[in-house]
Design a protein around this ligand. Structure first.
Ligand SMILES: NC(=O)c1ccc[n+]([C@@H]2O[C@H](COP(=O)([O-])OP(=O)(O)OC[C@H]3O[C@@H](n4cnc5c(N)ncnc54)[C@H](OP(=O)(O)O)[C@@H]3O)[C@@H](O)[C@H]2O)c1
Length: 350
């Protein structure tokens, strides 16, 4: 089946499966740059025409820029127009409170240059610390840059519900909100989904496969011992599994997903992805990849339709979910907490 598409805004269409770029930044195993760039065309050929990256994903914008150039050379400018590249603007923690236009424009210009484009398709704004003033003012600088033509659409990432509302009320024209939202992490349902419905922005989910945990690869596997995970996403999502209710409950979920997947002739990742695409206000899911190795398995998302029996079986496990609780990114905002301690806060300066 074809990759579904979604109009995130009038005249702005994305593939509902987006290819994530964090896994290209190091920290997820070695990356063969030439192979990674080469493999990007396989995603586009299959209909995955929307890519996600960030100013702070080391090397990812450059690789996508190289791919854009090659793609244009081979396919022409019109074909390139179908490709949407979503990046982020993540001011450093240490800079919050003193962000000026020159700082914002410098980072946006760098993204333009790395991505080899004259206009960024979507810039997703992040603000580490609500105690530092200037979030809305900074986002309004992005709006100014939108007016000058450097940015097409403005989104945000990892905001909670009240601060998203505040951004919108300050006049930031928000097209999308990128947050962790998955079978393991329902925090978006504590306010963000409702706000998205009221204000008309789309939700772009990460964490759909929990960094690879919600796939066939981890079915019936023992709990990884502390300190043995080296991949940054697996470290991140193992904390979410702990909050969800622990390894035994997670394995119960995988077993149910596996049974559903087998019934439909697909794999666990396909069911986990389909579940999220069926949630209200979800515009798309961002699945991370270094290469195209898992592409065929991930495309099975579009081969499966979940029926009432599938939903009941999955919901019976989710009913015993313990957490994570609170608003979106609330746990992660505690810099000294379990989730906050593993993050890097000043990558733009680096
Ligand atoms: N805004 C934020 O704070 C934020 C945070 C995290 C992520 N993101 C975005 O979301 C994207 C996705 O990241 P994520 O954290 O949500 O990770 P994810 O998509 O849940 O998991 C990606 C990992 O799963 C593996 N994988 C994919 N399909 C698989 C399959 N069918 N079977 C086995 N393994 C499979 C990939 O392996 P390979 O490495 O071998 O390809 C990759 O390591 C990122 O690239 C980034 O663009 C944003």
């Amino acid at each position: 089946m074809a990759v579904e598409r979604h109009a995130l805004a009038p005249g702005y269409e994305i593939s509902r499966l987006l290819r994530g770029g964090w896994q290209l930044a190091g920290g997820h195993g070695p990356v063969d740059r030439a192979r990674a760039v080469e493999d990007m065309s396989k995603f586009v050929e299959q209909g995955v025409t929307t890519f996600d990256c960030a100013d702070i994903y080391t090397g990812a914008e450059e690789m996508i820029g190289e791919f854009r150039q090659r793609f244009e050379r081979e396919r022409g400018r019109d074909a390139l127009k179908a490709l949407k590249v979503h990046t982020k603007f993540v001011p450093d923690w240490d800079k919050l409170g003193s962000v000026e236009r020159g700082y914002v424009e410098g980072i946006i210009d760098r993204s333009l240059s790395r991505l080899k484009t004259e206009r960024l398709d979507l810039v997703q704004f992040h603000w580490w610390n609500y105690a530092a003033p200037g979030a809305a003012e900074t986002a309004l600088i992005l709006r100014d840059l939108q007016k000058t033509g450097k940015i097409d659409r403005i989104g945000a990432t990892n905001f909670d519900t009240p601060n998203t509302k505040a951004l919108i009320e300050a006049g930031v024209p928000l097209t999308s909100m990128q947050i962790q939202y998955s079978l393991l992490d329902p925090r978006a349902e504590n306010g963000m989904v409702q706000l998205a419905r009221e204000k008309g922005f789309g939700i772009l989910c990460y964490g759909t496969l929990a960094g690879g945990f919600l796939t066939d690869a981890w079915l019936n596997q023992p709990e990884p011992a502390e300190g043995t995970l080296t991949n940054r996403s697996l470290i991140k999502y193992k904390l979410i599994i702990d909050d969800f209710g622990g390894w035994a409950l997670f394995q119960e979920l995988l077993a149910v997903l596996d049974a559903v997947a087998r019934r439909h002739g697909v794999n666990i990742a396909a069911v986990a992805g389909r579940w999220m695409l069926d949630r209200p206000q979800v515009a798309g899911i961002i699945v991370g990849a270094r290469y195209a190795d898992h592409l065929a398995a991930d495309l099975e998302i579009f081969d499966v339709r979940l029926d009432a029996a599938d939903r009941t079986a999955i919901e019976q496990v989710l009913a015993r979910r313990q957490g994570p609780r609170g608003d979106t990114f609330e746990l992660e905002r505690d810099r000294n907490g379990r989730h906050g301690r593993i993050m890097k806060y000043n990558l733009n300066a680096a």
